[in-house]
Design a binder for this molecule. Structure first.
Ligand code: ATP
Length: 338
């Protein structure tokens, strides 16, 4: 059986600007696929091409076995889509709007059950469908956008930055919805520039930078997940000595150390403010830190752009693509497509 999404040598140019360079991508049926990358990487361009919102300069695209350019409304009914920029300005209530979408899309299954699902999703996400959509906050509009994509249980969900504007509890509920969709046999293509939400849901991932896939595979194999940004305020050392000490710790890079600016905030406010990136095991860093008085410590996911550039900087550069294209059938063997 063919894959749900098959993209081959997809090239997109906007005037002189090349947004996608010969992109190859395959998404297997019944999986969650995460497309991740910094701003401007080409995520939205890729997703819009799958929906025939924009047309490729060259290359081939097949979605659910069809060419999006000829699939028309029949193909789009099988897809749920959340666009990156959602505009809901009408006077209609959420209910009316969703009923309208259910009707025009001629949802498979009867529209009463589609709307019952919509109400259930509205309860889970916490949005009032009785209010005119134009009066909803950005996050609540986004929830209506999610409901219209999920309510008819489409074979394929294409979600462009779907959690933007959602608070953390709602984001968690959304991730549960994605996992439920996968368990029901639906396929999900999810774009994001937030690594953690991809880590929590995706079976397979591609990292896009400057219009090229610079890494792909299962989530665990991506080195991005092993990067952390650490910040600490320590006592018992001067900045130069601390910098020199941490620079020799395995996996620790980009060490910055200077006098703490926290003076006057209570006991231990002076000392050294230290920041660094840790790749791989955090244990050597923690052991090195334990040599000092530790007043504060934060460990966080680094900025995605920083991680991609640090780990895949060469591949993400604007150098021309390699002459041979390798197939990106994720989880499969190389070379099983001609
Ligand atoms: P973001 O995370 O910021 O939404 P993205 O990964 O979705 O970014 P795209 O929106 O696909 O990236 O943009 C890819 C590149 O194509 C960028 O350099 C962008 O400036 C350019 N681009 C996108 N749409 C157009 C357009 N309509 N005209 C000209 N250039 C465009």
């Amino acid at each position: 059986m063919s894959d749900t999404i098959e993209v081959s040598a997809l090239h997109k140019r906007y005037g002189r600007n090349v947004a996608l360079h010969e992109l190859d991508l395959r998404v297997r049926r019944g999986t969650v696929f995460g497309l991740i990358g910094p701003n401007g990487a080409g995520k939205t361009t890729t997703l819009r091409t799958l929906l025939d919102v924009i047309r490729p300069s060259s290359g081939t695209v097949r979605v659910l076995g069809e060419d999006p350019r000829s699939g028309g409304a029949r193909l789009r009914r099988r897809i749920g889509y959340v666009p990156g920029e959602l505009h809901l300005e009408g006077r209609a209530s959420g209910h009316r709007l969703l009923a309208f979408y259910a009707e025009v899309s001629g949802s498979s299954g009867d529209s009463a059950s589609v709307l019952a699902t919509a109400r259930d999703l509205a309860d889970r996400l916490g949005v009032d469908l009785n209010r005119p959509v134009r009066t909803l906050s950005k996050g609540n509009k986004q929830k209506v956008g999610l409901i219209q994509a999920f309510m008819h249980r489409p074979e394929l969900l294409i979600l462009d930055e779907p959690t933007s504007g959602l608070d953390p509890l709602v984001q968690r509920e959304f991730l549960t919805m994605v996992r439920e969709a996968r368990d029901a046999g639906q396929t999900v293509l999810l774009s994001s520039h937030v690594l953690s939400e991809i880590q929590q849901t995706a079976d397979e991932v591609a990292v896009l930078a400057n219009g090229r896939i610079v890494a792909d595979g299962d989530v665990a194999s991506l080195r991005l997940g092993s990067m952390r940004r650490v910040r600490a305020r320590i006592g018992g050392a001067d900045a130069a000595a601390a910098r020199a000490a941490f620079e020799t710790v395995p996996g620790v890079e980009g060490v910055d150390a200077g006098p703490s600016t926290g003076a006057g905030t209570g006991a231990g406010a002076d000392g050294v403010q230290l920041s660094a990136t840790v790749e791989g095991a955090i244990d050597p860093f923690v052991k090195a830190l334990a040599q000092y008085d530790v007043h504060e410590l934060t460990v966080e996911e680094p900025d995605l752009e920083e991680s991609v550039l640090r780990l895949y900087g060469d591949a993400a550069s604007s150098a021309p693509p390699a002459p041979t294209r390798r197939q990106r059938r994720l989880g499969g063997k190389e070379g099983d497509r001609g």
